[in-house]
Ligand binder design. Structure first.
Ligand code: ATP
Length: 317
C-alpha cells in the first residue's frame, strides 16, 4: 500500500491526579484516559522525494517541524533509516476536527496516527508495545492514543493498564473558540502553587500512583456504572485553570445544572465535558447550555466514548 487514511480519536481525562516530582524532572501522574469519537483524519502517503511534509488547513496548527505529526515521522525515519531510504519520504495531511490546545490530546493522537501509518506504509510489522515505546518519546499522551479505549496511565502518563471498555456513555464537550490553555503553563503553575505537597522519593511516587488501580472510579468503570463514574470524576489541574479562566468554571457549572451525570475539565483544559447516560440526555444538555450561554464563541460538540485508538479507514496502492 502507498497510502493510508487513519482515524485519530481525541481523549478525555476521567481522572487526573498530580502526585509529585519524578527524578527525571517530569510530574508523576495517575490518570484515567478515555477515547471519544471526536476524531481527526490523517492521510499519509509515500512521496517521491526524501522529505517529510505536513499539510493542515487549521490556522492554529503549524505545518513545520514543530508539528507533532512531523516529529513522529522524523522519529520513524531516524529509527528505521533503511526503510526511509527504501520507501522515500511521506506526505501527511491532517483534517482537523479536534479543537486545538484544548486538553483533548489533538496533537498527540495525530502523532500516534503517523506512527501507525508509517508502520503500515513501510511494512515494519511493529507490535503495539513497540509503537507505544516510540510514542513515549514524543509525549506523555501519545502512547495511550495508539490503542485508546479506557486505560489507567501512570508514570509520566506513559505506563498504561487497560480497563474494561466504556462504550455506552454520551459526552457533550464545550470550548470557547478564543480560549487556549498551554499544557506547560498549567503544570508549571500547579507546581508553583502546590509543589510543597509533592511526593519526591521514588518508592512513595510509585505506590501512590498505583493506588489509582483500586480507586472508586475504577470500580465504577468495571461495573459500567455511569452515575458513580460521573460522581468520582477528578482533575487536579482544575485548581489552577478554573480560577484563571472564570468562563471555564462557569461553563462547568452550567453543564452540571443542565442535568448531566457529571461535568469536568479535560486535561489542562479549557474544554469542559459532561457525561450523559444517553444520546437524548446529551442533546438536552447541549440545548440547555446553548440557551444558558448564547455566546457564539462557545462551541459545543456531541460525542460518544469509544473503545479504540488509531483506526485504519482505508488503504490504497
Ligand atoms: P494535550 O491534551 O495532549 O495536552 P492539547 O489537546 O491540549 O494536548 P494540542 O491540540 O495537541 O493540545 O495542541 C497543543 C499545541 O501544539 C498547539 O498550540 C499547536 O500549535 C501545537 N501542535 C503541534 N502539532 C499539532 C497537531 N498535529 N495538532 C494540533 N496541535 C499541534
Amino acid at each position: 500500500m502507498h497510502s493510508y487514511s487513519l482515524i485519530a480519536p481525541a481523549k478525555i481525562n476521567l481522572y487526573l491526579e498530580i502526585i509529585g516530582d519524578r527524578p527525571d524532572g517530569y510530574h508523576e501522574l495517575a490518570m484515567i484516559l478515555q477515547s471519544i469519537n471526536l476524531a481527526d483524519q490523517i492521510d499519509i502517503r509515500s512521496a517521491s522525494t526524501d522529505t517529510i511534509r505536513v499539510r493542515c488547513k487549521h490556522p492554529q496548527v503549524p505545518t513545520d517541524k514543530s508539528n507533532l505529526a512531523y516529529k513522529a515521522a522524523a522519529l520513524m525515519a531516524n529509527r528505521f533509516p533503511d526503510a526511509f531510504a527504501q520507501y522515500g519520504g511521506v506526505e501527511i495531511t491532517i483534517n482537523k476536527q479536534i479543537p486545538v490546545a484544548a486538553g483533548l490530546a489533538g496533537g498527540s493522537t495525530n502523532a500516534a496516527a503517523v506512527l501507525v501509518g508509517i508502520d503500515l506504509l513501510w511494512e515494519l510489522g511493529l507490535t503495539q508495545s513497540e509503537l507505544e515505546e516510540l510514542a513515549g518519546q514524543l509525549g506523555s499522551d501519545v502512547p495511550f492514543c495508539i490503542a485508546g479505549g479506557t486505560a489507567i496511565a501512570t508514570g509520566r502518563g506513559n505506563e498504561l493498564s487497560p480497563l474494561p471498555n466504556l462504550d455506552h456513555l454520551s459526552v457533550v464537550l464545550g470550548k470557547y473558540r478564543s480560549l487556549a490553555v498551554s499544557t506547560a503553563w498549567a503544570y508549571q503553575t500547579y507546581r508553583q502553587q502546590f509543589g510543597d505537597s509533592y511526593l519526591t522519593d521514588t518508592q512513595s511516587l510509585t505506590s501512590r500512583a498505583s493506588a489509582v488501580h483500586s480507586a472508586a472510579i475504577v470500580k465504577a468503570i468495571i461495573r459500567k456504572d455511569g452515575v458513580q463514574i460521573a460522581e468520582k470524576l477528578h482533575n487536579d489541574l482544575e485548581r489552577v485553570v478554573l480560577p484563571e479562566y472564570p468562563q471555564v468554571a462557569q461553563l462547568r457549572q452550567v453543564f452540571q445544572e443542565a442535568g448531566a451525570l457529571g461535568a469536568m475539565m479535560s486535561g489542562s483544559g479549557p474544554t469542559v465535558f459532561a457525561l450523559c447516560e444517553s444520546h437524548e440526555q446529551a442533546q438536552q444538555v447541549k440545548q440547555y447550555v446553548r440557551t444558558a450561554i448564547p455566546d457564539p464563541d462557545l462551541e459545543l460538540w456531541l460525542a460518544q466514548t469509544c473503545t479504540t485508538g488509531i483506526q485504519i479507514a482505508t488503504g490504497a496502492k
